[in-house]
Design a protein around this ligand. Sequence first.
Ligand SMILES: *[C@@H]1O[C@H](CO)[C@@H](O)[C@H](O)[C@H]1NC(C)=O
Ligand SMILES: *[C@@H]1O[C@H](CO)[C@@H](O)[C@H](O)[C@H]1NC(C)=O
Ligand SMILES: *[C@@H]1O[C@H](CO)[C@@H](O)[C@H](O)[C@H]1NC(C)=O
Ligand SMILES: *[C@@H]1O[C@H](CO)[C@@H](O)[C@H](O)[C@H]1NC(C)=O
Ligand SMILES: *[C@@H]1O[C@H](CO)[C@@H](O)[C@H](O)[C@H]1NC(C)=O
Ligand SMILES: *[C@@H]1O[C@H](CO)[C@@H](O)[C@H](O)[C@H]1NC(C)=O
Ligand SMILES: *[C@@H]1O[C@H](CO)[C@@H](O)[C@H](O)[C@H]1NC(C)=O
Ligand SMILES: CC(=O)N[C@H]1CO[C@H](CO)[C@@H](O)[C@@H]1O
Length: 556
Amino acid sequence: MFSVFLLFLAALTSSVSPTTTYRSSLVGQTVSGITGAVSAKTSYGFFLSGNPVNDTRVPNGIYVYGSAAVKQVSVGDSVSLGGKVAEYRSESNYLYLTEISSPSSIKVLSSNDTVDPIVIRIDRVPPTQHLSSLDVGADGWLSVPNNQSLLSISNPSLQPDVYGMDFWQSLDGQLVQINNPVSVNFENSYGEFWVYGNWNVTGLNGRGGLTITFGPDGIPDANPEVVIIGSPTDGTENSSVAVGVQLSDIVGVVTYQYGFYYVLPLTAPTVIATRDYDVPPSSILSETDSCIITFEIQNNSGADDDGVVDANLTLSTLASAIADESGLTYEFVDINPEDGQDGGQPGGNIRQAYLYNADKLKLVSGIPVGTSLESLEVCADSVGFPTLNLNPGRIDPTNDAWKDSRKPLVAEWATSSGAKMYTINVHLSSKGGSTSTQGDPRPPVNSPIEQRTSQVGVTLSFIKAILDIDNSANIVIAGDFNEYVQTHIDEVAGIADVEQYTYVYNQNMQQLDHIFISSAIVKRGVEAEHMHVNNWSSYDSRTSDHDPTVGKIRLC
Ligand SMILES: *[C@@H]1O[C@H](CO)[C@@H](O)[C@H](O)[C@H]1NC(C)=O
Ligand SMILES: *[C@@H]1O[C@H](CO)[C@@H](O)[C@H](O)[C@H]1NC(C)=O
Ligand SMILES: *[C@@H]1O[C@H](CO)[C@@H](O)[C@H](O)[C@H]1NC(C)=O
Ligand SMILES: *[C@@H]1O[C@H](CO)[C@@H](O)[C@H](O)[C@H]1NC(C)=O
Ligand SMILES: *[C@@H]1O[C@H](CO)[C@@H](O)[C@H](O)[C@H]1NC(C)=O
Ligand SMILES: *[C@@H]1O[C@H](CO)[C@@H](O)[C@H](O)[C@H]1NC(C)=O
Ligand SMILES: *[C@@H]1O[C@H](CO)[C@@H](O)[C@H](O)[C@H]1NC(C)=O
Ligand SMILES: CC(=O)N[C@H]1CO[C@H](CO)[C@@H](O)[C@@H]1O
């Protein structure tokens, strides 16, 4: 048990360490007589734990940085030392970690002492929705404009009962215990993984992950009750995890690095239980009724030949695979991009395409196929219905909004009974360049939100041109929007909020792939289902990082 008197550290942390805000006012000052028990050691430093502090905003632990000093102490030693109060961050978009640098006069006062961890859920309960008081705006942490302030400059008072970042900051340097942890993603390339413990969580989905949902105040929920588990301090090997895997209890120290609050476990937890990863087939079945169309949005298959922009080998391979599985003959259509102009993996010439069962749907004929740079126009046909000048065609491909990004691929279809439909296949700019959810800019930088907004604007103008001619036109717009929105078809089809995901990133299951439908289609009723075929059981066995979605609509 906790057998040493650590009054100096307790006194120190309330005035030196991150007090009741994020940053210490004593940075740069030299301090002496710091006393505490060593709760954990890494190669570069160690964590000191002091007496409990009544004020839950004040951490009673601190990181001591110094690889030589590490060699002078053991876990369980009560020590006294001096040093300089310092702050460190490896990147300007991260928060600062307060630490004691250049430790000196290290004296071991006693050994084999035990530090009691703060048991999360029993001693302290993490908030489940908001990250920071600085995430102002109608959409909280997802508000636009973002980067309205920097946490390191505003240095707000900690409200650990309300804000998730404040909660973990208030435990900085302390030893904590997480009972019954469950992972919510695969481990990353460093073997780190995100968990929640046996406390209340929000957004819990059927696979055991946490989905981004809306909180009771209508603001998106960031799931701050999940924390990332870093490298074990004793050098033990981490376990390979997946969504919903249950692990043994974790005791570790809270710290901040690489843009997130971490728990560094004293030893690696072990896997206790995995889940049933079976993926049932879609319950949405295709029908012979010529008015009913079943469709799937799935990932883009890029050809990676240097200088070669044709994707017909990739698409014919997919069509043959479908024929082998189902006996159905699928045709395909796409438009080659200009070499290297549509973003994505260099040389990949990633693009959207359509694979379709020609027994159900045909491209409306008599219209020329568009080229990479030709722009679609909507006009009225002889009987006053909308029609296109290109089929398929690309929306305003030379518009700046599409720089280094995929141009929407539009097609005009007819069923065997003569009903018409327009489909708009999008893949908006990716989120590359965004800052971490727990970083310094608040709300976090969501890159390039301005470009995605322009892309949606250009696409909407095109849709409006169709609806201006026929406001009961059948229109489906689908694809990877690279943005979280509550999608239209999910709501119409009644998909539960927590099952609205097609992707997992860090601590959040999220929906980046969406389907929007025109009101004419909504009126006739729809079905939709996200097929979690990437059963999230192992990183290597997944087909793609996105899940496909199946929809069924009635066109007449
Ligand atoms: C901490 O709380 C306990 C119990 O409420 C109280 O007895 C004690 O005086 C408090 N200590 C400080 C330093 O406020
Ligand atoms: C600490 O405990 C270890 C093992 O339990 C023992 O070998 C060692 O002598 C103890 N050290 C002190 C200073 O009591
Ligand atoms: C956020 O804003 C700050 C100051 O306004 C600026 O210095 C910084 O570059 C911005 N960060 C990003 C990632 O855009
Ligand atoms: C979980 O939430 C419920 C309902 O809000 C509450 O009654 C309960 O005390 C919470 N449990 C814990 C461990 O926080
Ligand atoms: C799509 O799937 C293919 C083949 O399974 C894969 O190689 C490719 O990376 C995926 N593309 C995207 C954008 O997910
Ligand atoms: C791809 O298209 C090229 C050019 O039209 C053609 O020569 C080739 O046979 C096609 N390959 C496949 C697999 O369809
Ligand atoms: C998960 O899916 C992959 C293919 O996507 C498959 O290879 C693997 O066997 C599945 N895992 C389980 C446990 O069903
Ligand atoms: C130190 C250690 O065990 N690292 C491993 C953690 O897990 C990842 C992924 O399984 C491995 O690549 C690391 O080597």
